[in-house]
Design a protein around this ligand. Structure first.
Ligand code: PQQ
Ligand code: CA
Length: 708
């Protein structure tokens, strides 16, 4: 159809130009498969570093670069863009949208950016403070810029919006969502005209709190269908309800539909959010809409009554699959909840599904509808009991993308097991300003601190690369790793599967059997997705390097099971004849500093509560950092009350992403955190110092306070 536009046609026919990587998942199918085969099973062992380019941010890097006619466009943390010559790494231009540092506190999961879109000579990307920007791809000059968060909409009280997902473009409309459901937000996506930046339509994913029209594409389905799946008086009416679309949005030219991947409830606690009533549409769902108008077509809800942060925002991939002797055009989807779904792409009808990892919240799926058969023990907000949930809120699969090879008919799925202790906030829902507001007890969700409990928990941390058969719903082969949070996957015509790991190793595996054919130490945890392209007939493989995202910042010390990882942020590019060499970087992390001698025991408990409420989700559970943001036990600022208050209360470090908290905490509360940090430093200094005497052994048990 000619209404696809020239770039749309180029994306549909991407295989005619395999040298390029034109859109986030390479094609509209989002299979992350490239037919390039110059690098293959026979020669990948000789792969070498061709060049690397260091970024000017040292936080998690989750970007998928695009490659268009010899130019590589990369997005980095803090929503910055670099245009580089794809064969040499020479900088052509750079763009910094100057996101104010104090907005970091609005986002749950690091100031990441997952990628960009290309359309008709322009580059499009979202910024952490909520803008969508179009740049001239040749010059990096701004063509237009819009604020994607409407000032006048009913979005709840907290309005904690951030934009970190890659925009997608369908028929000349740039579609972008946002994050914020751990705080307080109402999810929606907006579609802007790619040439002018004018708003075309908006679709809210959860109802208006008063069931009033938003004057948006979603009005009729929300008022007629979704609203009655919510209690009219739950905390959602104040917090926004959630349903943020922070990652996958996919246009499918076969069905001519746009699929929106919808997130978790806000607050998480279902009893508080919706009085324990209703399925809460469209949380944990895929919603299909028309690209021109945003009009609702169908939805499939994977997680009704969400209370676990089981988002369905994860990658939406489309495939043609043989099912019962018939070829069907389907969506395959592995959301956080641990189940793999095959859904009819045109109608949303459930075809089949099965758990792809161990999970304990559901006994299985109803074979007709795909609805989970709940384990009543897992409904912790209804039964009032503590719940050790698997998957936890980081899911069995997160933003790390899976890939599909049409040669092996397998999906390469980066999965993990990161359990979580869910516990209800006592005494009803209470929101804190500038904080996560889950309706959960944030101190008890703190991970265990006794050596025994930690040792047991560590045993439960696992990661896998699954070579998943989407027809048989089973892994044909898999690789198990200690600890999760490994990067996304690329599959190629050379029968290779590439993946970067939390340990900093970059690997190539044989796509047919998982044999490890290549590994390279990139010296910082990898969470991003690799891509491949070619320039003048030479094939390259590129990956953004930089440890971060939610796992290390919230799990802190526990995330070290995946490897002792320090953040070095850069783009690494490989070729068969590369000659570049990385310097040797510090790999032992923040060094312990002998803590001040005194602290006030009486305020330590209060400090712990304040820390877990306001600090934990970035600086790590129990004041142990995970290798990316500062480990506060060793911070110079804990040595003096005023120095600490200047940072925490008055915002001395806002430029680096540390907001001021004098609007949410009293000076006494802030001082109690300092005392708690000194106590934690005192308790752990010895073991952390010991652990570093043998740098190669740092991630092992002693560094975690576990008796080996
Ligand atoms: O509910 C939300 O609005 C929201 C937003 C985001 C985000 O914008 O990055 C994440 C999550 N949730 C989330 O649940 C999650 O596990 C997650 C991981 C990451 C990351 O980049 O490491 N972001 C997010
Ligand atoms: Ca979430």
């Amino acid at each position: 159809a000619d209404d696809q536009g020239a770039t749309g046609e180029a994306i549909i026919h991407a295989d005619d130009h395999p040298e390029n990587w034109l859109s986030y998942g390479r094609t509209y199918l989002e299979q992350r498969y490239s037919p390039l085969d110059q690098i293959n099973r026979q020669n990948v062992g000789d792969l070498k570093l061709a060049w690397f380019y260091e970024f000017d941010s040292n936080r998690g890097q989750e970007g998928t670069p695009l490659i268009i006619d010899g130019v590589l466009y990369a997005s980095t943390n803090w929503s910055k863009i670099k245009a580089l010559k794809a064969d040499t790494g020479e900088l052509l231009w750079a763009f910094d949208p100057k996101v104010p540092g104090n907005v970091a506190v609005r986002g749950c999961c690091d100031t990441v950016n997952r990628g960009i879109a290309y359309w008709n000579g322009k580059i499009y990307f979202g910024t952490f403070d909520g803008r969508l920007i179009a740049l001239d791809a040749k010059t990096g000059k701004v063509v237009w810029s819009v604020n994607t968060i409407p000032k006048d909409a009913a979005l709840g009280n907290q309005r904690s919006y951030t934009v970190d997902g890659a925009p997608r473009i369908a028929k000349g409309r740039v579609i972008i969502g946002n994050g914020g459901a751990e705080f307080g937000a109402r999810g929606f996506v907006s579609a802007f005209d790619a040439e002018t930046g004018k708003l075309d339509w908006r679709f809210f994913t959860v109802p208006n709190p008063k069931n009033e029209p938003d004057h948006a594409a979603s009005d009729s389905v929300l008022m007629n269908k979704a609203y009655k799946t919510w209690s009219p008086t739950g905390a959602w009416t104040k917090q926004g309800g959630g349903g943020t679309v922070w990652d996958s949005i996919v246009y499918d030219p076969v069905t001519d539909l746009v699929y929106l991947a919808v997130g978790n409830g806000s607050p998480w606690n279902y009893k508080y959010r919706s009085n324990g009533i209703g399925d809460n549409l469209f949380l944990g769902s895929i919603v299909a809409v028309k690209p021109e108008t945003g009009e609702y077509v169908w939805h499939f809800q994977a997680t009704p009554m969400d209370q676990w942060d089981y988002t369905s925002v994860q990658q939406i991939m489309t495939l043609d699959l043989p099912i019962n002797g018939e070829t069907r055009h389907v969506i395959v989807h592995a959301p956080k909840n641990g189940f793999f779904y095959v859904i009819d792409a045109k109608t949303g009808q459930f075809i089949q599904g099965k758990n792809y990892t161990y999970e304990n919240w559901a006994y299985g799926l109803d074979p007709k509808t795909g609805r989970p058969i709940f384990n009543p023990e897992g409904l912790y907000t209804l039964n009032g009991k503590d719940w050790y949930g698997i998957p936890g809120p980081l899911g069995a699969h997160n933003f790390m993308e899976m890939a599909y090879s049409p040669r092996t008919h397998l999906i390469y799925l980066p999965a993990h097991q990161i359990p979580f202790g869910y516990k209800n906030q006592a005494g009803g829902f209470k929101a804190h300003p500038d904080s996560w507001n889950l309706g959960l007890d944030m101190t008890k969700t703190g991970l265990p601190d006794t050596p025994e409990a930690r040792a047991a928990y560590m045993q439960d941390l696992k990661g896998w690369l699954l070579a998943w058969d989407p027809v048989k719903l089973q892994a044909q082969w898999s690789i198990e790793r200690p600890g999760g949070w490994d990067g996304g996957v690329l599959a190629t015509g050379g029968d290779l599967v590439f993946q970067g790991l939390a340990t900093g190793e970059f690997h190539a595996y044989d796509a047919t059997d998982g044999k490890d054919l290549f590994k390279y130490d990139l010296q910082s945890g990898i969470i991003a997705n690799p891509v491949t392209y070619s320039v003048n007939g030479k094939q390259y493989v590129a990956i953004e390097v930089g440890w971060g995202g939610i796992y290390p910042i919230s799990m802190g010390g526990m995330s070290r099971t995946a490897g002792w990882t320090v953040n070095h942020s850069y783009l690494a590019v490989f070729s068969l004849d590369g000659k570049a060499k990385l310097p040797t970087w510090n790999s032992i992390g923040f060094l312990p500093v002998k803590p001040p001698a005194q602290f006030d025991e009486k305020v330590v408990d209060k400090g712990y509560f304040q820390y877990q409420t306001y600090c934990q989700t970035c600086h790590g559970d129990n004041a142990e950092a995970g290798g990316m943001l500062p480990d506060l036990r060793w911070s110079g600022a804990i040595r003096h009350k005023d120095a600490f208050y200047n940072v925490v209360g008055r915002g001395a470090l806002t430029a680096y992403g540390m907001d001021r908290f004098d609007t949410s905490m009293t000076p006494d509360e802030i001082e109690s955190i300092r005392n708690y940090l000194i106590k934690r430093a005192t308790d752990t200094y010895e073991r952390e110092t010991e652990a570093r005497k043998n740098p190669s052994k740092i991630p092992t048990a002693p560094a975690l306070g576990i008796t080996p």
